[in-house]
Design a binder for this molecule. Structure first.
Ligand code: NAP
Length: 281
C-alpha cells in the first residue's frame, strides 16, 4: 500500500523556512517583502486560488497587494497597472491570475511583467533560463512536484520518469526539472500511442492531464511514485487524474487530491517571491 505524500505538511515546512527569511529581510531592509496579485473578473476557482495565495503571504510575513479588476477591464488598463507595479521598488513579485477574461491577451499582459518580478516563472526569459540551467524563477507547480518527490527520500537520478501532459505551465517544465535531476524522461500527450504501456515503465509517474480517474491501476508499475497534478471538479467534488484507491495498492508513494500538489504550488510561489526580493538587493 502506498505511503501518502502529505503536501500540506511539506508546504508548511517550506513556509516556515520562508517566514524566517522574510522576517530577516524585514529587519535588514526595513520593509516587508511584497507580492502584488492581480485578478480580473469573477471566476470562482481563480478567486479561491487568489485567496489561498494571500493567506500564504500572511503566513510567511510577505505583504500582499491585491488588485481585483472588473471582468470588463481594457487590456491597456491591465498593462498600465502591471507597468506601475514593475516600476515600484517596494514590489518584489507580480502575479496575474490566469485564466483572464476572454477579451484579454494573457501573453501580452505577462510580457509586461519584468523577468525579475515574474514569480510565476511563466515569462519566455524565465522558461529559457530554466532550459539553460540558469538561476531564475521556476514555474511553481513543477517546483512543488520536485520538492514532493524529494520529500520521499527516493533518489530521482537514474529513474525512468513519465510525465503525462505537455502544458507550458506543468508538463514541459516538470519534464525539464526531472531531466535536470538526471531522470530519464518521457513526455506523453493526447497523441501518444499506447499510453498505458509507456506509463507502466515509470518509476516516477506525473499526471497533469485534467481528467478524473484517467490514470488507472493497469497503467502503473508496482512500486512507482505517483504524482497527481489534476484538479477536476465532478459534481462539486474535487478529484485528481489518478484512480486513487486501486493505484495506491500498487504505488510506493502517492499524492492525494486535495492536499498534495496544490498546497506546494502556493508555497513555491512564496519561495519565488522571497528569492526575487533577495535577488533585488
Ligand atoms: P492543459 O494545458 O489542459 O494540458 C493537458 C495536457 O494533457 C495536454 O498536454 C494534453 O495533450 C494532455 N492530454 C489530454 N488528454 C490526454 C489523453 N487522453 N492522453 C494523454 N494526454 C492527454 O492542462 P494543465 O494546465 O497542464 O493542467 C493539467 C491538470 O492539472 C488540470 O486538472 C489542472 O487543473 C491541474 N493543475 C493543478 C495545479 C495545482 O496546483 N495542483 C496547477 C496547474 C494545473 P495535448 O497537448 O496533446 O492536447
Amino acid at each position: 500500500m502506498a505511503k501518502i505524500i502529505d503536501g500540506k505538511a511539506v508546504a508548511a515546512e517550506v513556509k516556515r523556512g520562508l517566514k524566517e527569511k522574510a522576517d530577516f529581510f524585514e529587519s535588514k531592509y526595513g520593509r516587508k517583502i511584497c507580492l502584488a496579485v492581480i485578478i480580473a473578473g469573477d471566476d470562482p476557482a481563480s478567486a479561491i486560488y487568489v485567496r489561498n495565495k494571500v493567506k500564504a503571504c500572511e503566513e510567511t510575513n510577505v505583504k500582499s497587494l491585491k488588485y481585483a479588476l472588473p471582468a470588463s477591464v481594457p487590456q491597456s488598463e491591465l498593462n498600465e497597472l502591471i507597468d506601475a507595479l514593475a516600476a515600484d521598488d517596494s514590489v518584489d513579485g507580480i502575479l496575474v491570475q490566469v485564466p483572464l477574461p476572454a477579451h484579454l491577451d494573457e501573453r501580452e499582459a505577462l510580457s509586461h511583467i519584468p523577468t525579475n518580478k515574474d514569480v510565476d516563472g511563466f515569462s519566455a526569459e524565465n522558461v529559457g533560463k530554466l532550459v539553460l540551467k540558469e538561476e531564475c524563477s521556476k514555474a511553481c507547480t513543477p517546483s512543488g512536484i520536485i520538492e514532493l518527490i524529494d520529500s520521499t527520500g527516493v533518489e530521482i537520478e537514474g529513474k525512468r520518469a513519465v510525465v503525462v501532459g505537455r502544458s507550458n505551465t506543468v508538463g514541459k517544465p516538470v519534464a525539464l526539472m526531472l531531466l535536470e535531476r538526471n531522470a530519464t524522461v518521457t513526455v506523453c500527450h493526447s497523441r501518444t500511442r499506447d499510453l498505458a504501456s509507456v506509463c507502466r515503465e515509470a518509476d516516477i509517474l506525473v499526471s497533469a492531464v485534467g481528467k478524473a480517474r484517467f490514470i488507472t491501476a493497469d497503467m502503473v508499475k508496482e512500486g512507482a511514485i505517483v504524482i497527481d497534478v489534476g484538479m477536476n471538479r465532478v459534481d462539486g467534488k474535487l478529484y485528481g487524474d489518478v484512480d486513487f484507491d486501486p493505484v495506491s495498492a500498487k504505488a510506493s508513494y502517492i499524492t492525494p487530491v486535495p492536499g498534495g500538489v496544490g498546497p506546494m504550488t502556493v508555497a513555491m510561489l512564496l519561495n519565488n517571491t522571497v528569492k526575487a526580493a533577495y535577488r533585488g538587493k
